[in-house]
Design a protein around this ligand. Sequence first.
Ligand code: PMP
Length: 419
Amino acid sequence: MTRSAFMTPSAPNRVWDVERIRKDFPALHQQVHGKPLVYLDNAATSQKPQAVIDALVAYYTFDNSNVHRGVHLLSERATEAYEGARARIQRHLNAASPREIVFIRQATEGINLVMASYGRRFVGAGDEIVISAIEHHANIVPWQMLCEEKGARLRVVPIDDRGDLLMEEYARLLGPRTKLVAITQVSNALGTVTPIKDIIGLAHQQDIPVLIDGAQAVPHQPVDVRDLDCDFYVFSGHKAYGPTGIGVLYGKEQWLERMPPFQGGGDMIKSVTFEKTIYNELPYKFEAGTPHIAGAIGLAAGLEYIAGLGLEQIRDYEHELLAYGTELLSAISRVRLIGTARHKGAVLSFVLDGVHAHDLGTILDQQGVAVRAGHHCAMPVMQRFGVPATARASMAFYNTRGEVETLAAAIERAREIFS
Ligand code: PMP
């Protein structure tokens, strides 16, 4: 098999033409420090296809206007494009209605919205929120803040040495005091893919709602919120090939209806008097102020692009890259992979014995290889594995086997420098 001729199991007759796909991403074709860029920091943010850049330029060139308010043509066009984006995202997630799709700034804001709105209404003293040991800080800190405010308690599902959740412990943590389960679908620090259907099923047996942090899932695989039956689902546009500053909160209508607004202001009201304000209907009740119109349009273009490639094929191809990378890195002496869960997204977190992750990251950068070095906003994960930081190579469907080889060679080079 040639490098670009991987045939995905979900489409055995279709060749994954990675070289053709790469042509759609202008940022990939540049040199850094005199070396071809090997971009392996996709879990932090992804590069943008030309289709997304074009959608942003077209919006600002022709349709730029405020939504929902103007009577003039440009405003109508902007509103149509913005609501069209919402409908596109609803289809992408298979949500039941556009009323369930709330535009937010990013996953972080979505979690804070649920914390502030659901949390303040439904969580009280002595109640419990269940998260897991592999959460991003965005899915830890808001719940700590809520617990502090309400006198509630945070319970944490532990993991084993591979980075898999201990599901028996999870089941034991659920009880009459549990008011919400908030768990990631894919860990950014370890790559662990969690058994979210089981997580949701067990919580629902006790009528406990579940929020899924899909920041690392939406860019890499199909997501069907109705099939999952989750109550809330959040993701960020910028990791899913869309712009920064835009994200999505999916919430079941029955929950969103019962929740108070997150922020007050224009657009989230039906009428205002000094005596009483009537809030707008869903989803606008949660969208105070002028939204990131171009961002929503760009995000819809990004999701359209990946849907066009095939989400199952993306997952299969990235899985193949992960297997190849795991094989190459495991063969390098003094390299230790952190996170070897049974089911993993295309994340290789690793340490090189005797070399700090930041030094390693800098040496890789000198060779054109962009990885992330640090705690990946998951300090408890680092503590669990007894390391201050890791280097993390996170792959996307536009990465190649050749780039994975370049990564491995760059790590070998770093090992020689520090030997
Ligand atoms: N959750 C996970 C699993 C993430 O990987 C990230 C980003 N690294 C976030 C939440 C937060 O994303 P954002 O900063 O875009 O809100």
